[in-house]
Structure formats: C-alpha cells, structure tokens
Design a protein around this ligand. Sequence first.
Ligand code: GDG
Length: 457
Amino acid sequence: MSRLVIVSNRVPVPEKGGIATPAGGLAVALKVALEEHGGIWMGWSGKSSDEHEPQPLAQLQQGNIVYALTDLTDTDVEEYYHGFANRVLWPICHYRLDLAEYGRKEMAGYFRVNRFFAHRLAPLVESDDVIWVHDYHLIPLAAELRQMGLKNRIGFFLHIPWPPADVLFTMPVHEEIMRGLSHYDVVGFQTDHDLENFVGCLRREGIGDELGGGRFIAYGRIFKGGTYAIGIETAAFAEFAKKASTNKTVRKARESIEHRSLIIGVDRLDYSKGITQRIDAFERFVLANPAQQGRVTYLQITPKSRSEVPEYEAMQRTVAEQAGRVNGALGTVDWVPIRYINRSVGRHILAGLYRLGKVGLVTPLRDGMNLVAKEYVAAQDPDDPGVLVLSRFAGAARELRGALLVNPYDIEGTANAMARALSMPLEERKERWKTMMAHLLEHDVSRWCRDFLNDLT
Ligand code: GDG
C-alpha cells in the first residue's frame, strides 16, 4: 500500500524515545497502523491563541512518520471543539438529547475549522496517498478535500456510536452531517447496531439507501459502509500485564488490599461512562450483601477530561461527592469501600491493576466500543481470571459474550451481577475468559487496521 495519511483531532505528539500515550483509545490503536505503512499524522496541536493569522504548520519527523500539527484560534477551539464536537455531536451520538446545546455559531465554527484543516492538509498529500479520517470532529473533511480537487481514496471511521434517526434528526444540521459522510469511499462503524442506525438515517427522509454488498448510495454518491470493531494489541497487552504485576506500585496496591477482593473501574470522566450509576450499584451491592462488608475494595480510576465543558466540570464534583458519601456511610475504621483516583495512572500500573481486579466493572450508558473492557480481559491471569461485568450498551458487548452483561440503568441488576461475579467458581471464570481471550487474540488492533485499509484500498 502507498503512504497512509491519518487525520484526527488530536495527535499524540512524539516525545524523546517514542510516542507519549495519552488516556484515550484512539491514540493507542492508530500508532500501530502508521508505523506499518509510514506517512503523515495530521491534527490539532492542542494549542490555541487569539491571533487570527495561522502559524505555519509544525512538522516533526520520527522514523517513517511525519507529525503535522496545526494551532487553532481561541474562537475555533470554542466553537469547533468545545461547542459543536463536544456539546452537540458527542451528546447526540451518545443518545443524550438533553445535553446537546446546538448553536449556529458553533455549527459554523465546526465547518469552518474542517475547511481550514483541509487547506492545511492538501499541500502535504501526494496523489496516491490513502487518507484515513478519524472520528466525529472531522466528518466534513472529505467534502472539503474533494472541493479542492483531491481524488485520493478517503476513509472515515467513527469511534463513537451512531444514533437512530429520531435522535440524529434532532440536530438541525443532520443533513449536512449525512452529506459529509457520503463524500468518503468507506465509512466505518464499530458495531452492526451503529450501521443499522445509519441505514435508518439514510432511509427515513429518502436521503439514500443500501445497495447490497456493503454499498450505499446517498446524495448521488456510492460508498462502502461497514463495521470494523476496534481491538487492542491483545498479545502484547497480556504480556505487559503479566510483567506489571511485579511493579512496585502494583505490589503496594496488592499489599494494601490485603485479603479483600478488588473490583476495578477505569474510565475517562464522562457522563457516557455511567460512573454515578455504577457507584450507586456498588452501594446497593454492599448493602444487600452484608457478608461482603469489609471484604471488597472498589477502585475507580478516572482521569479528568474536557474540564472546560460545564457538564464535565459539574460531573467531577458529583462523582467525588458521591464516592465520599458512600465511604462515609459504609466505611469503618479499617475499611474504605471506594478508592477514587481522579487522575491518570501509568499504563503499566493500569495493566497490573487490571490483573489484580477480581471484577472489571465496565458499565457505560452508551459507548462506541470500550477498550477498557478488552484490556481488562487481556490482562487476566489465565489460571485465575477475573470476571468482566459489562454494559450491554458498550460496543464491546457485541463481541465479549463471556462477560456478565448488565443494563447499567438497572442499579439492582448491576449490583446482583457484582455479587455473582465475586462468587463465580474458578471453572466458570476460566471458561468465560477463554472464549473472550480467543476472540480478542484473533480480532486485535492490527486486524482492525488491516480490515479497514483493505476495504479502503
Ligand atoms: C473512544 C470511544 C472507543 C483510561 N484511563 C487511563 C488510561 N486510560 C486508557 C484506557 C483505554 C483508553 O484510555 C480509553 O478508551 P475507551 O475505549 O475505553 O474510551 P474513550 O476514551 O471514550 O474512547 C470508545 C475508543 O474511542 C476507541 O475507538 O472504544 O467507545 O468513546 O485504552 O486504558 N490510560 C492510562 N492511564 C489512565 O489513567 N495510561
């Protein structure tokens, strides 16, 4: 294959000795593909200023990859990123109409920044480069590049869910968003449910239709649409977790837990992740199972994210207060039921902690895939694996059939699943884990990249 050009809102900026891995599934997955093909990774530098003349594009070469980073203006960031991407598209794609705050200024900013990205990217692209655009921030990018005359193959992958027509169409610019997608050669979703919703959106107002064989038509353009469930580097992560169990911090964590069973949750602080419902469920579980009092520790690791958006700032306080309240109500002089960490921990520590967890609690209200669920499974000790309690509304639930599936809105049901997970016999744990691990080894992140790029090229 020729060079690969990846475009995503944020780019993991290379640091001495390698790429810094931020807390976010996208970066972890894409690093692998670019290293394989060489090419460009273009996106926003994360910096902004009040200057209106754009600074030259910063380019950093590392091995066979060029990182091309552009600054934005403060207004761009406010309208495109905080405004439209995170306060309209994110809530709508996660079925949260109540949180969407649509405004024309923000919508205009979103399309303007996509045009700006296209103008910065186009001079770097060679005629046989394959362009792979990622996620909801950049849906109109292909249309802008086509407008400039680019004929390259351009693919789009959506990392988050695609909502049903009734939800999407509450957004006044849904037509422009649907039209934007039609300019790609391949449009990829995480699961069959997302693809079904997309077809529903095409048909509802006669925008387009399915042609069969994975081909679709909309606005007179024919493109491929498919599902490409994102994976992790399963084998490497399993090895990493095994080694991490001897890490000093992980050892300290093990000692501090003593004879107790560890329940672990790891999520960016986001309303889609169902953290408050999960704490409620944990409280219910402890109250309903007095024998477990003092015998279980729930560790919730929750790095801050998007603190500039008011809902996220409010949520930060809510979760901290809730964990404090439950600890105050249930804790004893020698037992703190919930350990809540509101910052990022090192990846090796995370891997070691997953392996310590007898239960992995992954209960989002809605999630495109959820890589934490996959990492938790990969990190387990094959001779004594923990149990994954997984929301049926995470994309991962379409694959990880060995998990205990729960409805995160059903607090009692989730509490019961915790009890069942903690008392599950070893043989059943092994059986469930084996099926999930076999699936994850086969459907890893390299396969995800290969499948998408094969369809695109
Ligand atoms: C979006 C979609 C989709 C978390 N805390 C720490 C940390 N993490 C890492 C995890 C995992 C990643 O962040 C989170 O990925 P998720 O998939 O769970 O969720 P999103 O960030 O919302 O990602 C999602 C994904 O894109 C990929 O397509 O699965 O549905 O929403 O890798 O390990 N990493 C470290 N410290 C932490 O404290 N080092």
